[in-house]
Design a binder for this molecule. Structure first.
Ligand SMILES: [Zn+2]
Length: 646
């Protein structure tokens, strides 16, 4: 371990102790203002500003010794605060890692180990705790993967304002649809702050820029054209700089607690991993952590003790004097800061987790990083001496390897504290080691990016290549099926989706999409079977119910059709497709009187609905009301002609 870069003498220690004795609330009232206007509030509680920079490797930040990037804002913040050189995330996945930061819980404890998994209500977040204490709380996110309406349900809990993405946008560009540039995120935060000047504030700003694809705006695109990842970091740093300058101008900087960290790093080709998520090497676990607290004594301190992102929430809570929830997996960093004035504190073991490989049917990984050693539990386990081999290139795993037993025993203790992976292999089944699948994963990731950008032919090429390497990849098959569905090649789509369903019989989406492909190619019995099996896995899918109802109508099975439309209407009673379908099923069964009320109501509320008008005519005719039937038909015909003209 390196010695602290800054030796803090006895005078600083005395100042620090004095401050500690005065108590936390006194911190908040110390020191003058940096510059600009008077503070917008005087409160006994310090503002808390959390800044997470996505996909930020610690070793690509200026103050962490990297020479090929300029990060003046982060460097200045580190000079005003405490910089942890050995900070590690528990998870290389964006939403999992952020939930860990905001709850202080390990991924398998909070359970959000994949996108779209809701945060269980019993786990309390930083925003909830601070809001209860009287904080104004707001979050500004840079990517749709943290949108609480879609991919990160529950992450907005406790925030008065959570800056989600619009539900629908016309643009096909990624900007504004799936991602916001750092400056836009920060400008949203600043606009909010202007309207909510009374503190205390808890504001979380998430800057997504360093996440791939690496497309920094000018002048960073030009200056860093040969290393665009660094260009994104430099650009994100400029957004941090804008935010910090704003906080200074608002007069809230000096008394604020500011935390900057990364949710995970980036593979950049190390171990064959281009991005992040699959592995637990330091390339994706080592993140920067800068903590500015309102106490002058800490300026520029550097701490080399190993710490974790679960330590962030306990630190915020002890620095604000807010009571901590009973269950926390990390510990406050404040005692450590005090201790490093004179001595090194104890290293904190890092338990790393990734269930991301399960998405592709590969083995989840667990890692323990302690005492400069890392044990990675995988089908082919790994053991690294991090002091001699910081790049983790020489796997020392062997039954008699030094430290193996100690590490295994400690790993067992950690694993006993947490639930096992939710989707473990069946007894006797060994899932593939992610190390053997990294090339496939890189291709799948590139295909996903290409699809996001509407570059279908690129996406198809990546997926076909992935299938050559791994012909039984359910993800590649499903994505290829989706591409063909979009390209209206229903026969090809059905072939891929059928294979995806065989490989992953619990994938309700693949089964639904197979149903769609078969329905579009007119294979009614095939569509019926696929949709029935999709609904068996996930009964709440309205779209699948409506489509199945339609398929039953084509099969002249009106009774089953009616059942499906009724089930859909139970979930969404205003669904007009459900009402029309149900009426058609009733007409097929000659229940004209039953169909009439719904159709009359529908044509009244939506007089231009020609499908409903045609059905209404059939219902009237069935009841012998020829005049009414004729009128409804004429109305429909006039509208149809009008639409044709347009
Ligand atoms: Zn991320």
């Amino acid at each position: 371990m390196r010695r602290p870069a800054i030796f803090l003498g006895i005078i600083f220690a005395q100042i620090f102790l004095g401050i500690m004795l005065l108590g936390i609330s006194a911190w908040c009232q110390t020191s003058g203002q940096t510059s600009g206007r008077k503070p917008s509030q005087r409160t006994s509680l310090p503002d808390v500003y959390l800044i997470t920079i996505d996909t930020l490797r610690a070793d690509h930040v200026g103050c962490y010794g990297y020479k090929q990037v300029e990060t003046p804002a982060l460097d200045a913040l580190a000079a005003d605060g405490v910089r942890f050189t050995q900070a590690f995330t528990h998870s290389p996945i964006t939403n999992t890692s952020h939930i860990t930061i905001l709850t202080g819980l390990l991924p398998s404890v909070h359970g959000v180990t994949d996108f779209g998994v809701p945060l269980p209500p019993q786990h309390v977040t930083a925003a909830e705790l601070l809001k209860k204490r009287g904080y104004q709380t707001a979050a500004f996110i840079g990517a749709v993967i943290l949108d609480s309406n879609t991919l990160a349900p529950g992450l907005d809990r406790g925030f008065d304002f959570y800056d989600n993405f619009p539900a629908k946008t016309e643009t096909k560009q990624r900007w504004g649809r799936v991602e916001r540039r750092g400056m836009e995120v920060v400008s949203h935060a600043e606009t909010w702050f202007e309207k909510h000047r009374t503190g205390p504030h808890f504001v979380w700003v998430h800057l997504y820029d360093p996440h791939d694809p690496y497309e920094p705006p000018p002048p960073f695109s030009e200056k860093y054209k040969d290393h665009l990842y660094d260009g994104e970091i430099a650009y994100a740093d400029s957004a941090v700089g804008h935010w910090i300058a704003f906080l200074k101008k608002a007069g809230v900087y000096d008394n604020a607690i500011i935390v900057v960290t990364g949710d995970h790093g980036e593979g950049l080709g190390e171990h064959g991993e281009e991005t992040h998520g699959l592995f637990l090497y330091d390339s994706t676990l080592h993140v920067p952590l800068i903590l500015k607290i309102p106490a002058a004594a800490h300026h520029g301190a550097v701490i080399d003790v190993q710490v974790r992102t679960t330590d962030i929430l306990p630190t915020i809570l002890s620095a604000t004097g807010v009571a901590a929830p009973a269950e926390l997996n990390g510990e406050s960093l404040l005692p450590l800061i005090e201790q490093t004035k004179t001595a090194q504190g104890p290293n904190r073991a890092l338990f790393g987790e990734t269930d991301y490989p399960l998405r592709w049917g590969w083995a989840p990984l667990r890692a323990l990083r302690a005492d400069n050693t890392k044990l990675i539990e995988a089908p082919r386990p790994e053991l690294y001496d991090l002091q001699a081999d910081p790049k983790e290139l020489k796997n020392l795993y062997a039954p008699d390897a030094a430290k193996l037993q100690t590490m295994q025993a400690e790993m067992a203790q950690w694993k006993a504290k947490v639930p096992p992976p939710s989707n473990s292999a069946k007894p006797g089944e060994t899932l593939p080691d992610p190390k053997d699948k990294i090339e496939v994963q890189n291709l799948l990731h590139n295909a996903m990016l290409a699809s996001d950008d509407n570059r279908s032919s690129d996406a198809r090429q990546f997926l076909e290549k992935a299938l050559q390497l791994d012909p039984s990849s359910p993800t590649a098959l499903r994505q290829l099926g989706e591409l063909e569905l979009g390209a209206r090649d229903y026969t090809k789509a059905a072939v891929h989706l059928k294979r995806a369903c065989e490989l992953r019989p619990d994938d309700s989406t693949a089964a639904f999409e197979l149903g769609e492909a078969m329905e579009k190619s007119g294979d009614w019995p095939g569509a019926r079977d696929a949709l029935e099996s999709s609904l068996k896995i996930a009964p709440g899918q309205i779209a699948a119910r409506l489509l199945l109802g339609h398929v039953y109508l084509q099969l002249k099975d009106a009774k089953n059709a009616a059942d499906q439309f009724e089930a859909a209407l139970l979930v969404d009673s205003n669904n007009s497709v459900g009402h029309i379908g149900l009426a058609e099923a009733q007409i097929q069964q000659s229940d004209f009187a039953g169909a009439l009320p719904d159709l009359e109501a529908l044509t009244k509320s939506d007089p231009r609905n020609t499908v409903a008008l045609r059905l209404l005519a059939r219902a009237y005719r069935g009841l012998g009301r020829e005049q009414d039937a004729k009128r409804a038909d004429e109305q429909a015909e006039a509208l149809e002609k009008k639409y044709q003209r347009n």
